[in-house]
Design a protein around this ligand. Sequence first.
Ligand SMILES: [Zn+2]
Length: 744
Amino acid sequence: MGISEDAFAYALSSNQAWAGYKAHQNPDFFPRLAAGQSPEILWLGCSDSRCPETTILGLQPGDVFVHRNIANIISPTDINTSAVIEYAVDQLRVKHVVLCGHSECGGAAAALGDMRVGGVLDTWLTPLKAIRNANKDELNAIGDEKARAVRIAELNIDAGIKILMANITIQDAIRDRGLQVHGTLFDIGSGRLRNLGLGTGKGGHKHGSGGIHDAEVVRGNHGTLAMRIAEQKMAFPKSTFSSSMRGFRTTPRKSKSNDDELQSVPMSLTVLSDEVIRNLLDNLTHDEAECFQNVLKSALHEYSTATQAIEAGLYHQPPRTSSYSDRTGATTLFMPSMSPIGHGVKVVTLSSPHADSSLPTIKPTGSLTLYAPEGNPIGFLHAQTLTAFRTALASSCLLTKRANVRTLTVFGAGLQAYWHIRLALMLRGATIRTVNIINRQFSENAKQVLRELYAVPVEVKEREGWEEVQFSMLTPGYGEYNRLQKENIRAADVIYCCTPSTEELFDASILTNHEGRRKGRLIVAVGSYTKDMRELPRELLVQATRPHKHGHLHYHKHATEGGVIVVDSLDGALKEAGEIINAELEPKQLIELGELIMIRRLATEESISSRRSTEADSLSESIDKLDFSSPTSAMSTVYGTSSETGSISKRSSSQSPSRTRRGSDSGDKSGFHLPGFRHHKRTASSRSEKETQKHDEHLARWITSGNVIYKSVGLGLMDLVVGLEVVKLANAKNLGTRVENFVP
Ligand SMILES: [Zn+2]
C-alpha cells in the first residue's frame, strides 16, 4: 500500500487488505455472503461519490440493494430504475425502500441554473428542471444558493416518492406485507441523514434541519440503522471501521438467522497476563500484524481528523492525570480513552526520576481495563508488553511507507527497542540486512534482546524473510565507540530512539552536516516522555523544521525535508515531549501521525483528471460539481491543500477544548506546506495543475524517502484500540483466562 501508486493500484491493494481484514475478523463473512443475499433495504440515491450508501449507513455488504443515478431522479418510464424496484421488492422482498437526495448535489445546481450542460445530461435533468419551474416562486425567494439547492433536492425527493407510491409493485407490497417507503436527505457537510417523513412514514419534518420524527427502526443484517433517536439526532454505527469491530457490542439484538455473527459475542471478561500477551504478539503473522496496523491507523486518523461531536461517540482522548506518592517515590498515570467500540483506562506506576534514591526502583507496571460501549468490562490486560507493542505499532505505520529499509540503528535495549525491531522484522523483514543496537552499557537487558531475537524459530525468520540479518551491539565501553556510533547512525535508513534519556543521544552534526543530509531517514523517538527528557539533538529538529526560501527545495543536494515533525498527539507533544519543548517548536511545525497515514499519492490521478477537465472545457461549472472529472474526489477531500492561501486544517471545533488549535497560517516560508486535510474541497481553479502535482510529488517523496522525524509520547487511544484487538485475538485463539458471566 505504497503512496507511490496510482489510484487504481492503490484501490486494488486496499481491497486485498480489506478482504484479509474482514476474513480475519469473521472467517464466516465471505462464505456467508457467497451463499446468497437477503437485504432488507432498497436504496435509491445519487451517483455522487460522496454518498456511498452502505458506507454512510454504517452497514455491510449484503445489507443494501442499490440503484443510483445522477440526482436520484425517479422516472416511471425509466426501465433501469423500474427493473431494480421490481427485483428488490418482488424477488428479494426488501422491507424498506429509501429514496435519498443530498446537499451540494451538482444535478440540483445544474437544474437551478439556466445553462445547458450539453448532451444527454440536459435530457436526463429535465424532470428536475420541471420541478424548478413548478416551484419557481418558492425557490427564488430563498436567497442562499446552498439552501436553494437543498430545497430543490427535497422537492425532488417529494416528487420521487409520489412516483414510487404510484408504482404497482410497490403498492402491492405495501398492501400485502407492509413494505415501507422513506424519503431522506443526506447532508454531506455533517454526514447525517435526515428523514423527510414522506412515503409510508409520514409526519416528519419536510423542511429545515435535523428533525427526525419517524420512529422507524431499520435493521440491516449486520448493523442497526436507527432512523430516530432521542433529541433529534441520528445515530449509526460510526464507520465501517467501528462496524467491523462490532464484535464487542453486547446489546442483545433482534436477530435474523444470518445474524449470529454477532450473537456469538461472549459476555465474559478476558484476563491476559503479560506472558500471554507477549506470546500472542510474538507469534503474529504478517497479515495479523497488518490488521493491527490498520485498526490503529483508522483510530488515529479518526482521532486527528474527526469532524463530529465527541458526544456522538467518536474517538476521544481525555487528558491523562497523574499523582505522585512520597512513600513509593513513584508516579501513577491514569490514561483514559473513548471510542465507538468501547472505552478504557490504563493505570501505570513507575519510579519518578526525582525520587529518593534509597527507595526501590519501580519499572513501569500496571494494567489496562477495557469496557464495551455500554459499560460492561470485557478485558483486563497487563500493560507492559502491550504498551511497548502499541508504541512500536504506531511507528510502523510510517516504516511501512518507506522505500528503503535495509539498516536499522536502535538506541536502547528495553522492551520498546525489542518491539520496534521485532515489528520491523515482521513487516519489512525481507528488505532488512543489518540491525545495530546501541546501548549505554552491555547489560543483561541488552543481551536479553539479542537472545530473544536469535530465539525466534527459523521457520518464522524464513517466513518473514530475515534469516540472514546481521545484528550488532555497540556500547560506550568499546574503544572505537564514537567512530562506530557515527557509522551506525550514518548508515541507518531507520533510527529508533528508545531510551528514557535526559541527554541528547548523539551529536547533531552527524546528521545535520552536508554528508549527513545526503540520505533520507526515518527517525523515531519514543523513549523520552517528560519535559526534562530528550533523545534527539535540538539542532536536528531545528533543521528539519527550518523554513526554506520559496521554491528552493534542495532536491539535488539533500534528502527531502517535510518542514514538520510528526507527532502522535499535538497536545501531548507540546506538553510532554522534551525534544519539542526544547527546540521551541510551534504547533504549525508539528503534524499528527493520524493526519498523515491515510494520505495516498494523488499526483498521477490529479494530472489525469486535470487533463480530462481541459478536454471537457465546455461543460458548465455545475457539471463540474458532479465530479465526473475527478475519480478521486473522495481522496481530494481527505487530502487537499492550498499552498497559495497558506491555509491549513483547523481542528474540528468539536474536539475537546483542551486540544491545541493550530494557527491558521502554515507559514508560507516553510519549504513544504502542510496538507490541509479534509474540508478543503479542492476546485479546479484553486491551484494550478503543475503546483498540485509538484506538491503531491514532494509530499510522497518526503514520506517515502525524505527525512521524517516522528516523536511519540504515547496516547491512551493506542492502548484502547490495540488492547481491544488483543482481546479479540486471544479469545479467537483461546488464550488467557476467561471469567464467564462476569456481567450478570
Ligand atoms: Zn447528487
